[in-house]
Design a protein around this ligand. Structure first.
Ligand code: AMP
Length: 439
């Protein structure tokens, strides 16, 4: 399938080809025709699926088809939860629309409002904004949204998580009643459904496979460690394995990008990270949301997230677009329950690697090493590699081959899941890591 066959114009197909895309991703193949026809859409997709181009390309085309000469008005509004995502979406709009005479603008808080006011005096066809700052402009009457034809809520679930629902409703209240609405969300909670019910008219529902079902390219592993030694272990892993471009998630805003940093500092940190000048970037879930770094090789969970679904979002930063990645979680004894929740959600055990010298709190490996026959229904596919409690070089064949899904029928519901030793095969990538230093 080609972009042209989806009904996109020559100018847009040219921009996409120049970007290097040869064929549409599944969400693009499904969403583009629906949006081109003018219908509402509810899209279940998260970052990494190509959803941005999925709504941007047809949006640009619809606006270009009905060209309005003159100063113009804001005709499309895209709301995003974070500044980073706003910047990325607006960059995509500019890139895909580079052969079209349309102007876009990004708008977010944390920066001086005056340049934004000035920019709004000029031509803006497409506005990409975070809800809070947009509301400021509305209150100051520095933005006119009375000609908006298309509204996009990107990562709507995150916007709700971040408490933007009232802001969003206030924005929607000033938009023309007749318009096209597109809502994208990685999850469909009752709250999202309620929002969608009030917003969308006969929407097409498009859902692409969640990453937790398609993430075979991501090597996931758990490193048991004492709480106090996480920092040391992280340093050890990064230096010993020579990891580059490591995105570290913590629950506590620690270093690089988080909401309280100035926008300039955040943008700089991200740019340096992307060009691999900065080796490690530490981020909270919210700050990291929507960061688009393709082929990011390493994601580290310094702490497991409280909400299991966030694990999926986090590891979705790696192993994108056909490239492989590694997701490592430093897990201490307090986090056993969180690990269980995650494994239940992703329907697989995450292989455990014990690093010599990082003795684990005995409680985390308290459970006996089980042999294959004790592993219940799941034992068949996971019987090899038992008893690996050290990361000594492993015999060939103990590793998981070819990244095949390892669910193996799954464990019996409620079966104990040792977070320590003996849980299954070692990921193939871990073999050369532990044994490979001498290579
Ligand atoms: P998104 O889900 O919109 O954040 O996009 C994820 C990544 O996929 C971005 O780096 C895009 O540049 C890339 N991408 C989007 N569409 C395609 C495509 N059709 N072919 C290859 N890569 C794509």
């Amino acid at each position: 399938m080609s972009f042209a066959s989806l009904g996109l114009s020559a100018e847009i197909v040219r921009a996409v080809t120049e970007r290097g895309y040869t064929e549409p991703t599944p969400i693009q193949a499904q969403a583009i025709p629906v949006i081109l026809k003018g219908g509402d859409l509810m899209g279940g997709a998260q970052t990494g699926t190509g959803k941005t181009a999925g709504f941007t390309l047809p949006l640009l085309q619809r606006l270009a088809d009905k060209q309005i000469i003159g100063k113009g008005h804001i005709r499309a509004l895209v709301l995003t939860p974070t500044r980073e995502l706003a910047a990325q979406v607006e960059e995509s709009v500019r890139m895909y629309g580079k052969h079209l005479p349309l102007k876009s603008m990004m708008m977010f808080g944390g920066v001086n409002i005056n340049p934004q006011i000035k920019q709004l005096h000029g031509r803006v066809d497409i506005l990409v904004a975070t809800p809070g700052r947009l509301l400021d402009h509305l209150q100051q009457k520095t933005v006119d949204l009375s000609h908006v034809e298309i509204l996009v809520l990107d990562e709507a679930d995150r916007m709700l998580d971040m408490g933007f629902i009232r802001d969003i409703k206030r924005v929607i209240a000033v938009l023309p009643k007749k318009r096209q609405n597109l809502l994208f969300s990685a999850t469909f909670s009752d709250e999202i459904k309620l929002l969608a019910d009030g917003l969308l008219t006969n929407p097409a529902l498009i859902e692409v496979a969640r990453r937790n079902q398609t993430a075979e390219l991501i090597e996931q592993r758990v490193y048991p460690v004492d709480r106090e030694r996480k920092r040391d272990l992280l340093t050890h892993l990064i230096t010993e394995n020579n990891w580059f471009q490591v995105l570290v998630f913590t629950r506590i805003p620690a270093m690089a990008i988080h909401g309280n940093k100035s926008q300039a500092a955040r943008t700089r940190a991200l740019a340096e990270f992307k060009t691999a000048k900065l080796q490690v970037l530490v981020a909270t879930d919210i700050a990291a949301r929507g960061i688009d770094i393709s082929e990011l090789p390493h994601v580290v969970n310094y702490e497991l997230p409280n909400v299991a679904e966030d694990y999926v979002h986090r590891i979705g930063r790696t192993g994108r677009a056909g490239s492989s990645g590694e997701a490592s979680s430093l897990v201490c004894v307090d986090e056993k329950k969180l690990l269980n929740d995650i494994e239940r959600l992703i329907k697989r055990d995450i292989p455990v690697v014990n690093v010599p010298g990082f003795d684990v709190d005995p409680r985390i490996k308290a459970e006996p090493i089980l042999n294959g026959s004790n592993r219940g229904q799941g034992g068949g596919g996971r019987g090899q590699g038992q008893g690996r409690s050290q990361s000594a070089p492993r015999a060939g064949g103990a590793g998981r081959t070819g990244g095949a899904p390892r669910t193996g029928g799954g464990k019996p519901a409620g079966a104990p899941k040792p977070a320590g030793a003996g849980r299954g095969p070692v990921p193939s990538g871990a073999q050369h890591r532990s044994g490979g230093r001498g290579r």
